[in-house]
Design a protein around this ligand. Structure first.
Ligand SMILES: [Zn+2]
Ligand SMILES: [Zn+2]
Ligand SMILES: [Zn+2]
Length: 252
């Protein structure tokens, strides 16, 4: 049975616009976007796309340009991640001044998002605010890059099960961000030896924290020093590196 024709037609259909031009969500605007990660994939307008992704800020969206779907980004739609108030705007006066761009490393790739920090009287510092939202800041002072806990978990599993080095893992993330032009991904994590050490260190902290929960009698590869790509952790070096993180990790 030859099914090639059926699958080819179905694959081509995926690249076609919907039969109607209306937003499938609000029904009163023209559709402009669709999301590769939402299920089911709906054709929606700009405001519905923003509304639907308030809690899914790392989804990959596409825009219809009249001829085909092209990659788009939630950043360009004006998505802002509000910290400290369950995703709502901080009521503190002048809280908009606490808005900053943040580079976020996630299993789906490298994302730049606008983050609005909580400016309430009793609000913790920015690094702690990020941590409370499961974002591990690359630096504790003026963080401009953060790793989601999810990407740290992914690296831990990859390192343990697939022997993936930190460098290869990061290359994978760049490919996921832009498969055609990975060199253009605006990240300089490995631009210097110090930065490389810092990023590996952050991943190691998460990995070793996870190792403490191993109770199956298996010696952790990280603790046993068998992982060639991740050097054993030196507590003194940890402190030095974490508190003297170079600004090269910041947005350029
Ligand atoms: Zn709509
Ligand atoms: Zn989505
Ligand atoms: Zn607040």
């Amino acid at each position: 049975m030859d099914l090639r024709g059926d699958y080819l037609a179905a694959a081509l259909e995926l690249e076609a616009p919907p039969a109607t031009v209306g937003c499938e969500s609000c029904k009163h605007s023209f559709f402009e976007y669709r999301c590769q990660d939402c299920f089911p994939c709906a054709f929606i307008c700009r405001s519905c796309c923003l509304k639907n992704h308030r809690n899914q800020p790392f989804h990959k969206i596409e825009k219809w340009n009249g001829k085909c779907f092209i990659p788009a980004d939630l950043l360009s739609l004006g998505l802002v991640l509000h910290l400290g108030h369950q995703g709502n705007i901080c009521p503190a006066p002048n809280s908009e001044k606490a808005r900053a761009a943040l580079r976020i490393i996630h299993p789906s790739g490298v994302h730049i998002r606008h983050v609005q920090y909580c400016e309430c009287k009793d609000a913790p510092n920015r690094a702690v605010q990020l941590f409370r939202h499961r974002l591990f800041p690359a630096t504790f002072e003026k963080p401009e890059t953060a790793f989601t806990f999810s990407v740290l978990d992914h690296f831990y599993i990859d390192a343990m099960e697939c022997k993936t080095s930190a460098s290869s893992f990061f290359t994978k993330l760049k490919r996921l961000t832009s498969n055609a032009f990975p060199q253009d991904v605006p990240v300089s994590l490995f631009s210097s030896n110090a930065n490389a050490k810092l990023s590996i260190l952050i991943l190691r902290i998460e990995a070793e924290t996870s190792c403490e929960s191993l109770d199956n009698g298996v010696t952790c590869r990280l603790e046993s020093g068998l992982d060639g790509d991740i050097p054993p952790m030196d507590p003194q070096a940890t402190e030095t590196l974490l508190f003297s993180a170079p600004p090269a990790l910041s947005l350029e």
